[in-house]
Ligand binder design. Structure first.
Ligand SMILES: [Zn+2]
Length: 90
């Protein structure tokens, strides 16, 4: 049986690596995979060898999650506002 590594640990590790890179001022296109070191196709979202998401793809996913969360909160706020308006009417 294979023991799965917790998702959070890996994300935290990559977060540390990327923040260190930003501090160093390295803002170039990622050329090699962080996990296996294989060469990446320019603007690739995944490593062809091991399937690891590239830094660019990870940041895009983070942005997408943030936008989605914003829309979700907007929707919840709208529903709550409507419920409040309707319930406050006589
Ligand atoms: Zn790889």
């Amino acid at each position: 049986m294979r023991v799965m590594r917790p998702f959070g640990a890996r994300e935290a590790e990559s977060g540390l690596v990327s923040s260190r890179r930003i501090l160093q001022g390295v803002q170039q296109v990622q050329a090699a995979c962080d996990t296996c070191g294989a060469q990446l196709i320019p603007n690739a979202a995944y490593c062809e060898r091991c399937g690891t998401r590239t830094r660019r793809a990870r940041s895009m996913v983070r942005l997408a999650i943030r936008v989605e969360l914003l829309f979700f909160l907007l929707f919840v706020g709208l529903v709550v506002a409507f419920i409040w308006i309707y319930s406050s009417q006589p």
